[in-house]
Design a binder for this molecule. Sequence first.
Ligand code: SF4
Length: 287
Amino acid sequence: MRRGVLPGRFSRCYCFRHRFDGKDTTLHLLYANFLCFYCIIYKKSADTRKKRPKIGRSKIKIRTLHAKSNHNMTTRKRYEKVMEWFAANAPSAESELQYKNAFELLVAVMLSAQWTDKRVNMVTPALLTAYPTAKAMAAATKDDLLHYIRSVSYPNSKAEHLVGMAKKLVSDYGGEVPHSLDELTSLPGVGRKTANVVLAVIWSEPTMAVDTHIFRVSERIGLTTNSKNVLQTETQLTKYIPKELIPKAHHWLLLHGRYVCQARKPKCGECGIISLCRYYQTQPPQM
Ligand code: SF4
């Protein structure tokens, strides 16, 4: 054991933003709870005190105590508690993409790859007014569609895929969006994630579409362990989440990743599941 290291123990600095744990030195621990070492060095004390999380010091202390007590909870228990929290706090979570039917959602999800829902919602009204059905879109050319979707990412390949998808819908499925994973993924430009979104949102199928947010958030919270790719994440999530909750859980995790548990700097101070989160319990604080 290194000198000055107190395994399994940590305390907070005076400004209450920096946490010191077993990896810190005697000097850090000396300053903890009195004056923050990092605040002194970087002269951040006054600023950070002003920016202290809104939830207040006593609440963070309570949550930290809960976090310690939840450190060894089983995976099943963690799932139960996380799902309970989301069900109570975000009962009406839904897709932020605008659509009126399965075809419109399929188009919107295809356009949303590597792009934000907000930007997609800016181009789909005009595009879907001009081409409201698979039949109308199948009769268009790639250049016709490019005129509407030039501002999204990868416009050329997306326009090509949209025309190809619409043509296959008309030729193989009578212009209707099919209702199975295999059929959906047989369409040009439609991968497993896109198909899972359509199945879950339109038909409430228990399919989990894993995107970058869900992949990251699931691993941080502790819902998945050592997941190497989105397929492993999907398998682990669908194993534990009750079937009837899976379509909703997709939106819960996605929106949590988009607005709270952000990639570069998770907003742990504003997070409601801090006491259930494996990342918060085990990782050093964000400095
Ligand atoms: S506590 Fe922090 S890391 Fe954990 S889920 Fe919340 S924001 Fe993400």
